[in-house]
Design a protein around this ligand. Structure first.
Ligand code: RP5
Length: 170
């Protein structure tokens, strides 16, 4: 029997702890879009909407997402709690906080106890973009279209460095 729900489901779920994280997480969305990776976006909080977060973990499994990107700042428990509720791989993005510049976010996400892994990226915009590139790399292992677009992105990135007028070829 055809599973229409799974067929039309996006490949990646992007979640963030607050609408205030959007400016940072926008870089993940635009990167996924540029690489032709389908995604959905939710604002979910480990502290403010804990029951919803649990059900979202189950949804990610039901729809067979390739991975989840979770961005949060401060006491950033969202990626870790999401990982506790799902076996779908979670890529954590520490959002830069005002009080501690994201050091708190980074440590909250990276220091997971053994047994519940979260792949942790750089603080802020670079982390959001790299999480999306990492998601695309996972999907590229089985999707030739995404693989070709990711290769093209990397070739263009290399070309942009080599086009630098200060590059002397050595
Ligand atoms: C975290 O608290 C969010 O991920 C956000 O980075 C931070 C601040 O949230 P707001 O008070 O701006 O909603 O849960």
């Amino acid at each position: 029997m055809t599973d229409f729900a799974a067929e039309s489901a996006p490949r990646v779920g992007v979640v963030m702890g607050s609408r205030s994280d959007f400016e940072t997480m926008e870089g993940a969305l635009s990167t996924l879009q540029a690489l032709g990776v389908s995604y959905e976006v939710r604002v979910l909080s480990a502290h403010r909407t804990p029951a919803l977060l649990a059900s979202y973990g189950a949804r990610a499994e039901r729809l067979n997402f390739s991975c989840l990107i979770a961005g949060a700042g401060g006491a950033a428990h969202l990626p870790g709690m999401l990982a506790a509720f799902t076996r779908v791989p979670v890529l954590g993005v520490p959002v830069q906080s005002r009080a501690l510049s994201g050091q708190d976010s980074l440590l909250s996400i990276v220091q997971m106890p053994a047994g519940v892994p979260v792949a942790t990226f750089a603080i802020g915009a670079a982390g959001a973009k790299n999480a999306a590139l990492f998601a695309a790399a996972i999907i590229a292992t089985t999707d030739p279209g995404v693989r070709a677009r990711l290769d093209a992105f990397r070739a263009a990135q290399t070309g942009a460095v080599l086009d630098n007028p200060f590059f002397d070829g050595h």
